[in-house]
Design a protein around this ligand. Structure first.
Ligand code: AMP
Ligand code: GLY
Length: 419
């Protein structure tokens, strides 16, 4: 089997790593990939949806796996389906649950999926008027895709008005800010839920938890994610079952009713509140860096699961997870999520991987035979153990020997949940 993985992050490296363990797989191509994927697969210098489609027309592949949301929003799945190429991921219409927060909020209201109370605005004056009447903190979100940065929690009227001006008038997130959602602030424990979906049926992953802020104790600006743990201590099977019953299944049924059956990974960010789980946002893809932790404890052949989702046979598919816990610590460039340097030489990567520790690359590339930084999030150090504490200890130990100029990482991944 020849597989094409689309994307260049840590998620794509770990998916490539996991797929390469399948006895069914002969070749893996990654478009465009990173230094890490180049060691275990063939990187292709393809970036746009059209470049990828053209390549697929001229090369035979048996499965395409789409990593990032922007390709889903551009309809790459629909285009590949037209070419009769098996592809893992939702169509453009099904993925709207991620690429339009306005669509997702209206959909949840209609289907009774629990989420924060909200109002939608396209008019700046009306939005400014609304925030004068609501209690703080209040959450302001650009409706479109904004690279994970389009969500701002404001603590007072002055902050809220400034934020609305920047998004709606100054367009700091471009067109994504034409429509904004203003919503109630949810208190609780935030976790990531993932579910394999075949349009109709679902199999949930165990619980995981990301750490989105750049600094320890959840301070500083939001990032794409600075580290994950899976399983999350204290999260029960009953809570996961409640997420399945109240959130995943009604969403699948609702999308099916709209003629947009969802095949792929449905990944809601969840706030576990006093009143039960509520959706913070929907993603229509594997999380990054959630996937780096998840793939370390998934035992079943991923190829089989992906095909069961595509073919609508998840009810006949087993998905087994090891009884270990996993973590992923992200090493980021100095200055990220703001401005940062690229091209810093990374040392200490040799002979690091063991049965317990695996390093996945994100923003890396090969330059003159050396591995150098090329993005904000650079590496994900993963480890497994019988306890989450054990996994974290191994990952942090491994980090001691890795270096690049300006490296920053959070030293408190998992601590909040362990406490
Ligand atoms: P999102 O990009 O929608 O996942 O939002 C980024 C982060 O903002 C989330 O991971 C939450 O930590 C936080 N957030 C978003 N919406 C809310 C909300 N309604 N209440 C509290 N925190 C929120
Ligand atoms: N780790 C959060 C995301 O993938 O959106």
């Amino acid at each position: 089997m020849r597989i094409l993985v689309i994307g260049s992050g840590g998620r794509e490296h770990v998916l490539t790593w996991k797929l390469s363990k399948s006895p069914k797989v002969t070749n893996i191509f990654v478009a465009p990939g990173n230094a890490g994927t180049s060691f275990i697969a063939t990187n292709l210098s393809l970036f746009s949806t059209q470049e990828i489609i053209n390549w697929v027309k001229e090369n035979s592949v048996d499965l395409v796996v789409v990593g990032p949301d922007n390709y889903l929003a551009e309809g790459i799945v629909d285009m590949l389906q037209e070419l009769n190429v098996p592809v893992f991921g939702p169509t453009k219409a099904a993925a709207e649950i991620e690429w339009s927060k306005a669509f997702a909020k209206k959909f949840m209201k209609k289907e009774g999926v629990p989420t924060a109370r909200y109002e939608l605005f396209t008019d700046l004056d009306k939005a400014r008027e609304y925030v004068r009447t609501e209690p703080f903190p209040i959450v302001i979100k650009a409706s479109g895709l904004a690279l994970g940065k389009g969500v701002i929690i404001t603590n007072n009227l002055k902050e809220a008005e400034l934020c609305l001006d920047e998004i709606m008038r100054d367009k700091i997130f471009g067109e994504a800010g034409n429509e904004v959602i203003i919503e109630e602030y949810l208190n609780g424990i935030e976790i990531s839920a993932h579910a394999f979906c075949d349009g109709d049926k679902t199999i949930m992953f165990p619980s995981s938890q990301d750490h989105k802020r750049i600094f320890e104790n959840d301070e500083g600006p939001n990032t794409g994610g600075m580290g994950t743990i899976a399983l999350v201590p204290g999260i029960t099977n009953e809570q996961l079952e409640e997420i399945k019953e109240k959130i995943i299944l009604p969403t699948l049924q609702g999308l099916k009713k709209l003629g947009r059956p969802f095949k792929g990974v449905l990944f809601p960010g969840i706030m576990l509140t006093e009143n039960g789980p509520k959706v913070i946002e929907f993603n229509a893809r594997f999380g990054d860096p959630e996937t780096q932790s998840y793939m370390r404890i998934l035992e079943t052949d991923l190829v089989d699961i992906l095909f069961a989702c595509i073919e609508g046979t998840l009810d006949k598919q087993k998905v087994n997870w090891s009884d270990k816990s996993a973590c992923c610590i992200v090493l980021a460039s100095g200055g990220y999520p703001g401005i940062y340097e690229k091209g810093e030489k990374i040392t200490g990567l040799e002979n690091m991987n063991s049965e317990d520790v695996e390093i996945f690359h994100a923003g890396t590339k090969i330059e003159e035979a050396a591995t150098v930084t090329s993005g904000g999030r650079v590496l994900g150090i993963t480890a497994t153990s019988t306890s989450i504490q054990g996994a974290l200890a191994k990952a942090y130990k491994a980090i001691e020997s890795i270096e690049f100029e300006g490296v920053q990482f959070r030293k408190d991944i998992g601590q909040k949940s362990i406490k």
